[in-house]
Design a binder for this molecule. Structure first.
Ligand SMILES: Nc1ncnc2c1ncn2[C@@H]1O[C@H](COP(=O)(O)OP(=O)(O)OP(=O)(O)O)[C@@H](O)[C@H]1O
Length: 287
């Protein structure tokens, strides 16, 4: 692959090359103070010990015990209602810790699902990324030059410099997802939560997002990625299986056994002939 940094910001590119993976920019130190750190530093960023949370009197998620370190890509697997979103809301401080221990050693930012609704707002990709800087300034003050520079740097990281002025709603699903990643990046949070980011993406867009995730892990982020794709989870560093409680957490090779997946997905599990490959039945994401 050619050096992505060789693509100057704002360079003219033909529409057909906009989707070229090579346009993903490096993660600049100016954007992430930690970009110099090696992913091998293995610093714990997320620590949970027998953690529990819920919405009312009932606990919806319990027995979560894990350590996730800088540079790790953690697949968060579970059936619909298994507790993936609930875990993210706990980490974001939206739900209270109702038992156990939780330690976060950096800020947390979420990359939400990019739905089709609300796409008719007249906001550009850059505007959406700039929303990530709002918390850093008084509400009445518009973006400063450094905010815009950071937002443009984040768009470069996700390979969308040349779409900065495009209407957010006019972008492809994959491009919108990457704009939302850029918005999380300007928050300068090292702990990134991605809520089913691959849903609805075609193979090419999915591959590009995959590369971006790898790049951010290399830059020292920890990424918790809610997904329904067991095969994809095999390629990451850790797998967390949730079904109202933690079923398993560990390296994919040890964690993704048929037994664990059955305990996670229950009767939604379909075992294919080779005994290893699994696919979910009745999952609206996989029809
Ligand atoms: N706002 C809420 N109030 C009360 N209960 C909720 C709320 N949101 C979720 N729950 C319950 O918490 C449990 C876990 O739901 P959660 O949304 O975390 O699942 P999920 O793994 O994210 O599912 P999906 O794959 O469908 O997104 C479910 O039993 C759900 O009904």
């Amino acid at each position: 692959m050619s050096d992505p940094a060789a693509h100057p910001a704002g360079a003219e590119r033909a529409a057909s090359t906009v989707e070229d993976p090579a346009v993903l920019g490096a993660v600049p130190a100016s954007l992430c103070a930690h970009a110099r750190d090696s992913r091998a530093d293995g610093r714990p960023l997320v620590e949970l010990e027998d953690a529990a949370t819920g919405y009312g009197p009932d606990l919806r998620l319990r027995e979560v015990t894990l350590t996730a370190t800088a540079g790790q890509r953690v697949a968060v697997l579970g059936p619909n209602g298994g507790g993936k979103t609930t875990l993210f809301r706990l980490l974001l401080g939206e739900l209270p810790l109702r038992g156990g221990r939780l330690a976060l050693h950096d800020d947390v930012a979420v990359v939400p699902q990019t739905e089709r609704s609300r796409l008719d707002f007249p906001v550009s990709a850059l505007d959406v990324v700039l929303m990530g800087t709002i918390a850093r300034r008084p509400w009445w003050r518009g973006p400063r030059r450094e905010d815009r520079e950071q937002a443009l740097a984040a768009l470069e990281v996700v390979g969308l410099t040349d779409r900065a002025g495009a209407a957010f709603g006019a972008l492809s699903g994959g491009q919108r997802q990457r704009v939302l990643v850029a918005r999380a990046l300007v928050r300068d949070a090292r702990i990134l939560l991605l809520d089913e980011p691959f849903t609805g993406l075609d193979t090419t867009s999915g591959d590009r997002l995959h590369q971006l995730i790898d790049r951010l892990a290399e830059a020292g982020h920890v990424l918790l990625i809610a997904t329904h794709d067991v095969r994809q989870a095999q390629g990451w560093d850790r797998v967390l299986c949730l079904n109202g409680r933690q079923v398993a957490y560990g390296a994919p090779a040890e964690t993704l056994s048929v037994e664990t997946l059955e305990a996670t997905y229950g009767r939604d599990l379909l075992r294919l002939d080779d005994g290893r490959t699994v696919r979910l039945l009745g999952d609206h994401h996989h029809h």
